[in-house]
Ligand binder design. Structure first.
Ligand code: 4AD
Ligand code: MG
Length: 477
């Protein structure tokens, strides 16, 4: 007999004489009640064992973490808390789990401990919920762009260019570390390397996506990106997933409209499809918040926060306005910020972004028209010759969730910028071709997928929303 998913059994509209189910024991109470979970849904199904007619040897092996196959009938539950339960006729132990040694005990573990056991943490309700929500959000992203006729493009993981010009890249090489081939000047001779040139893991698929936008019109890439920045924060990963749409003929306003519509769509999609998981996460966050001092509480519950994002337009504010607000803000005047905003041109730190979003506007904010000096080379220069058509979307509790821009479509302006920054034009010959042959206004952005998952799940550390986080000094699993 084929086994049925716990989710389907719990959603059944009638009792069933013969069912088969497989999963992992969460708890076994009174030698009688198995709480069984198979990952299909946050809820366990209660399986009531006829202990008098089950061998003692088998009963002993029904322990937390054990994999079991159960046969029985789906009946209306006598107990409260569930509509149906399984009256067990046969238990088969598929895989034992030593109760003394199994790390996932039926009690509350710290998130730190669970991170160290990332291979087992998805056996908990919390991580089951987070990973199901992540999966649904991932699908929602494709759904959104596919419905709108975007073409999905798989940009390369190994690249020869630095899209962000920030130099925070992991090298890819097949050269030996000892006896490394050297040029006459004593530099590493990459001509001898696998690709015959210096290569690295991509920090963004944008530049390649732009070439596709300039032929297929509307495209998006969604894949892993890598940054060797030594940021040990709750918002940074060395390996993270990024969604990057790129659209021909879109200016910055259209880019903002797209980003806002897209984010609202995927959040709504998850709210409709992950009701049980989000309810659980909402309750978890509420319990967490209660532990905090009054002035650190967020004031809004998770579901409330998600609903708020769906119902309210993001505030669009220029960098210049934002600087004025920050300069005159209390924490700036009282020197409470770690970085005091002195003048126009300052780069915004996450403390400033969060002040704008959480204290001042109390809403998601899109900041635009940043100083050219603090942004990447490919952004469209404004007529003031000082600012570029950049936009960052800032979210409560998260800070920057999206970074994007209208791209510099004028060949001469772009070449000048590249020269100023000392970037080798030769390396970008293919990128510049998009400006040489049929250039046009175009725009795009990158959304950090884990930051989105953070927001939707109400978690506070980015290491808890990706299966196996890669951060400085940590690449376990
Ligand atoms: O702002 P970023 O660096 O923009 C780009 O890479 C552009 N090429 C995107 C584009 O226009 N197509 O990164 C985009 C987003 C950030 O807003 C943030 O959400 C996320 O990627 N991000 C990170 N997420 C986790 N860990 C890190 N180390 C991240 N760095 C950026
Ligand atoms: Mg950015």
């Amino acid at each position: 007999m084929k086994h049925t998913k716990v989710k389907d059994l719990l959603n059944s509209t009638n009792t069933i004489d013969e069912v088969s189910v497989k999963g992992w024991v969460r708890t076994f109470r009174n030698n009688q009640f198995i709480a069984l979970n198979d990952g299909s849904v946050i809820h366990n199904i209660q399986c009531v064992v006829d202990f008098e007619n089950t061998p003692e040897e088998t009963l002993k092996r029904i322990t937390t973490g054990a994999a079991v196959a159960i046969k029985g009938s789906l009946v209306e539950s006598q107990g409260k808390g569930q509509k149906y339960e399984i009256k067990v006729s046969q238990v088969e132990i598929l895989g034992d789990s030593d109760a003394e040694k199994f790390p996932m005990q039926p009690k509350k573990h710290s998130l730190e401990f669970l991170r160290e056991n990332a291979h087992l943490r998805t056996r908990t309700n919390l991580f089951g919920a987070i990973m199901r929500v992540r999966s649904v959000l991932s699908f929602a992203i494709h759904q959104y762009f596919q419905e709108k006729g975007f073409v999905y493009v798989n940009t390369p993981i190994i690249t020869g260019s630095d899209a962000e010009g920030a130099g925070e890249m992991f090298k890819v090489t097949a050269l030996p570390f000892d006896n490394t081939p050297r040029t006459e000047e004593g530099k590493v001779d990459y001509k001898e390397d696998f690709f015959g040139k210096e290569t690295n893991l991509t920090v963004s698929g944008q530049l390649e996506a732009e070439t596709f936008a300039m032929s297929l019109g509307q495209v998006y890439t969604f894949g892993p990106t890598f940054r060797a920045e030594n940021s040990n924060t709750s918002r940074h990963l060395a390996e993270f997933w990024m969604v990057e749409p790129e659209v021909a003929f879109n200016d910055l306003d259209a880019n903002m409209d797209l980003a806002e519509d897209f984010i609202q769509y995927v959040i709504k999609y998850a709210m409709e499809r992950c009701e049980d998981d989000l309810k659980f996460l909402d309750e978890r966050l509420a319990a967490e918040e209660k532990q905090k001092p009054q002035n650190e509480r967020s004031g809004m519950g998770l579901l409330e926060k998600l609903q708020f994002v769906l119902e309210n337009n993001f505030k669009r504010v220029s960098y210049t306005e934002a600087i004025d607000i920050l300069k005159n803000s209390k924490p700036n005047k009282n020197k409470k910020f770690n970085y005091i905003i002195e003048e126009w041109g300052a780069d915004l730190q996450s403390e400033h972004e969060r002040y704008l979003v959480e204290k001042h506007f109390k809403s998601p904010v899109i900041l635009f028209d940043y100083p050219a000096k603090i942004k990447a080379f490919y952004m469209r220069l404004n007529d003031d010759n000082k600012t570029v058509r950049a936009m960052d979307i800032l979210f409560p509790g998260i800070g920057e969730i999206v970074g994007g821009s209208q791209r510099e479509e004028r060949l001469d302006v772009l070449q000048q910028k590249i020269a100023e920054l000392g970037i080798d034009e030769e390396e970008l010959w293919w990128y510049l071709d998009t400006r040489r042959f049929g250039t046009a206004v175009h725009s795009g952005f990158g959304l950090g997928f884990e930051r989105l998952v953070l927001f939707v799940t109400g978690m506070s550390n980015i290491r808890d929303v990706i299966p196996f986080p890669r951060t400085p000094q940590n690449a376990e699993f």
